[in-house]
Design a protein around this ligand. Structure first.
Ligand code: PLP
Length: 389
């Protein structure tokens, strides 16, 4: 089936939160799942497990070929050479945030975070009793950039961790090598441990290669925990599996002080799905990325033509458009406005930190027809209120 052929009534049968949280008249363009059908090799692997009643306790993922597959994957995709022995399999990336903060720094320690940011960064710092040290990205022309002077100035004596989101959600920035080198230098200068969430690494939209910050140099790797997953690129987040790479034995030992049973595990179906994704899913992913790139450009063109006042820097990675609605002076909150007036569910910028006030995040990982319907509903709502330009 082509990605053009998504059927809305079939999507509405899905039980996941994207399609079930809002009533039937609302089109969902919020949580970061894609509407596309999952790659056939993944569906076949899952169907085979079910057909064989193969749903018992799995072999511990660390004893499967998954760490070696992960190492092969990052070598092929990112030219990053790692030892599978330095890889742990986790339930999910956000779990990796919590365990890393609990084990790699102390309560009250500062955690440097670049806002606006995927909300669990903020929750993880707050809920583990760490102190979020926030430094905003700045919109510069057609992209968000790091203000290194401000970032450096934000670091105080108690800051111990740089919690990096690379590529960055929601700005869609895929940081260039020189930016990553400057971040790494900052981490060295202030002796920060780097927790690097690189879950969107395989969703680079401009054909460029993702650069893991740990791949820059062995001394950077030595202070870095890299968190990755097949879940975002292959659209299997509900199966729960992620990977942590430790650039030093010391980091890994500290992380593993959290007992394995508290860390939780993964599951039989996730193992099958990730093995299938990495062994046979690439043609599907290549097609999806081409489709996302076209949708990204379509949203940007729509913004320019129909909502020229709205500020939007088209993402270099991810399938998320971060839209600054403040110039429209919408009555009340922008997310609520579009939910009520357009019957479109977007993500509320406020969840991404203070800098997200007045912004919404639009997920464009859907068919062109559904995306056009989302945009048309937003157009109509704005036109009805005389706020289109
Ligand atoms: C930047 C980022 N990190 C982590 C996650 C969630 O990862 P997981 O489901 O593995 O916890 C997401 C999901 O959208 C994300 O955008």
């Amino acid at each position: 089936m082509s990605h053009d052929d998504l059927n809305e009534s079939r999507l509405r049968l899905r039980r996941g939160q994207k399609w079930s949280l809002y009533p039937a008249e609302v089109l969902p363009a919020w949580v970061a799942d894609m509407d596309f059908e999952v790659a056939e090799p993944i569906r076949a692997a899952l169907a085979e497990r079910v057909a064989n009643n193969d749903l018992g306790y799995p072999v511990a993922p660390g004893r499967t070929d998954l760490p070696a597959m992960f190492a092969a994957r990052v070598a092929e995709r990112f030219h990053w050479s790692i030892d599978p022995a330095d890889v742990l399999v986790l339930s999910d990336v956000v779990q990796g945030f919590y365990v890393s903060l609990e084990t790699l720094c102390a309560p009250g320690d500062g955690v440097l975070i670049q806002t606006p940011i995927y909300p669990p960064f903020l929750h993880a710092a707050a809920e583990t009793g760490r102190r979020a040290v926030l430094s905003p990205l700045v919109a510069a022309g057609n992209r968000y950039e790091i203000d290194f002077d401000a970032l450096n100035a934000a670091v105080d004596a108690g800051t111990r961790v740089l919690m990096l989101c690379s590529p960055h959600n929601p700005s869609g920035r895929a940081f260039a090598r020189d930016e990553l080198e400057m971040l790494a230098a900052l981490a060295e200068r202030h002796d920060l441990t780097i927790i690097s969430d690189e879950i969107h690494a395989e969703l680079m939209l401009n054909g460029e290669r993702h650069i893991p910050i740990a791949s820059l140099a062995p001394e950077i790797a030595a202070r870095t925990v890299t968190l990755m997953s097949a879940s975002k690129a292959f659209n299997i987040a509900g199966l729960c599996m992620a990977f942590a790479h430790f650039g030093s034995k010391a980091l890994r030992q500290r992380f593993e002080k959290m007992p394995a049973h508290i860390r939780g595990g993964t599951n039989t179906l996730a193992i099958a799905a990730v093995q299938a994704a990495w062994s046979a899913g690439q043609p599907w992913l290549d097609e999806v990325i081409a489709y996302l790139r076209a949708n990204r450009d379509h949203v940007a063109a729509h913004c320019r033509a129909h909502w020229p006042a709205v500020r939007h820097c088209p993402p270099e990675a991810t399938y998320l458009a971060w839209l600054d609605m403040r110039p429209l002076n919408l009555p009340g909150n922008a997310q609520e406005y579009f939910l009520k007036q357009a019957r479109v569910a977007l993500s509320d910028g406020r969840a991404f930190g203070e800098e997200g006030e007045g912004f919404v995040r639009l997920n464009f990982a859907t068919s062109r027809a559904l995306l056009d319907e989302v945009l048309a509903r937003m157009d109509a709502a704005l036109a009805a209120h005389g706020r289109a330009t």
